[in-house]
Design a protein around this ligand. Structure first.
Ligand code: GDD
Ligand code: MG
Length: 370
């Protein structure tokens, strides 16, 4: 079976992490995020995968070998201009030959795709949407259902006064190719505000499949951290790469840890890292390959990507550090701070309260304290 993964978005809510990397290529526990989607697809015998790219398309090229290792064939098609979620699929219509899957490229889930496909066939639907329940539906597509599972209406990003259910579009669809006849070619057109409302207007069979499976859209720094926490905590089942040296502590080859360092699970530490004396790392925390953690550093509930160097006595708490960052001594990075790739932070700075700093910048010693 074929699947189209939509990966053309700019990932604006995840900036600065998405300045150099599209959202689906950000690492999650030291693997490109999209690998989790491909692993799920493959588990359900969906192995012919088309990526609809737009933003930073070349970054996806290195996936060809990774996908082959996972047993999937990869085709990348790049849009000249953003065509919207449905326009992106219309753009590759000529590659589709039968019932197929569409997946938003920022969804972490263990949804049972085989059940979803069986349900779609049983209902003889033209389109079936996976649905999930969330506390705040206003950031998503609201999907109220009739008692037979037929979708009543589709309201993208509703106001609170329009919210009549907690069921939302989970960003995974089973489609019959013929629905694409209702999408204009070469124009920006979305499923959410275009195709689905048109299908409802025409009375075509559009079904919803509520699922209680784990589900998360990783599209904001808080949710990107949450994805790490949930896999490390075991709330979302996924293979964590590395050797499990103690329960829920995974490490890569070439790790050097001082005897006086304390590691509190769950933690992933990548390859070739060096952890100095009196360091304390509290999970859920993920550290990328080739990082050095200076003496007395405390890390708690954070994500640190590859090639980062942390100076002595610094504190990193509930925050995300991009790739190749150099942190001086006595630096505090806390409360959902997000630092872009290759930043430098001099000694004695306090970066807190959701601060976001762009890649390649330098914070001189002692300049930020709030
Ligand atoms: N190729 C291509 N072209 N891909 C696109 C484009 C485009 O023009 N626009 C967005 N995408 C991709 C993004 O890269 C992402 O993987 C996916 O489509 C969804 O875009 P988001 O920007 O993440 O949308 P959202 O999260 O606000 O809302 C969507 O997902 C929710 C579930 O997470 C909608 O489908 C909602 O209805 C849904 O509830
Ligand atoms: Mg999203």
């Amino acid at each position: 079976m074929q699947a189209v993964i939509l990966v053309g978005g700019l990932g604006t809510r995840l900036r600065p992490l998405t300045i150099n990397s599209p959202k689906p290529m950000l690492s999650l526990l030291n693997r490109p995020f999209i690998e989790y989607i491909v692993t799920l697809l493959k588990e359900h015998d969906i192995d012919d995968i088309i990526l609809s790219t737009g933003y930073l398309p070349d970054t996806f090229n290195r996936l060809v070998d990774d996908f082959a290792r996972l047993g999937a064939k990869l085709t990348c098609v790049t849009e000249e201009i953003p065509l919207g979620t449905c326009g992106a699929v219309k753009n590759i219509e000529h590659l589709i030959d039968d019932t197929f899957v569409v997946f938003n490229g920022d969804i972490l889930t263990n949804l049972n795709l085989s059940f979803l496909i069986d349900y779609h066939r049983h209902k003889q639907a033209l389109a079936t949407l996976a649905l999930t329940s969330v506390d705040d539906p206003t950031s998503y597509g609201l999907v109220p259902l009739n008692s037979n599972g037929h979708i009543k209406e589709f309201l993208e990003k509703p106001n609170w006064d329009e919210v009549t259910t907690d069921l939302i579009n989970a960003g995974t669809y089973i489609l019959e190719p013929e629905v694409l006849q209702y999408a204009p070619a070469g124009e920006n057109f979305s499923f959410e505000r275009g195709l689905f409302p048109i299908m409802l207007e025409k009375g075509l069979p559009l079904y919803g499949f509520p699922s209680g499976a784990y589900w998360l859209d990783i599209g904001s720094p808080e949710k990107y951290l949450r994805a790490h926490y949930d896999i490390l905590d075991g709330k979302m089942q996924a293979i964590v790469e590395g050797e499990e040296i103690k329960p829920r502590i995974w490490v890569g080859a070439g790790l050097e840890v001082a005897d006086s360092a304390n590691l509190f699970a769950p933690i992933l530490i990548g390859k070739n890292c060096k952890i100095s004396d009196n360091v304390s790392i509290t999970g859920p925390t993920s550290i990328g390959d080739n990082c050095t953690i200076g003496e007395g550093v405390r890390i708690d509930g954070s994500v640190i990507m590859e090639d980062c160097h942390l100076g002595g006595s610094s504190v990193i708490r509930n925050s995300v550090l991009g790739r190749g960052i150099k942190i001086g001594r006595k630096v505090h990075i806390e409360e959902n701070a997000v630092l872009g790739d290759n930043m430098k932070v001099g000694d004695d700075n306090w970066l807190k309260k959701g601060i976001r700093i762009w890649p390649e910048t330098e914070v001189l010693p002692g300049t930020i304290r709030f």
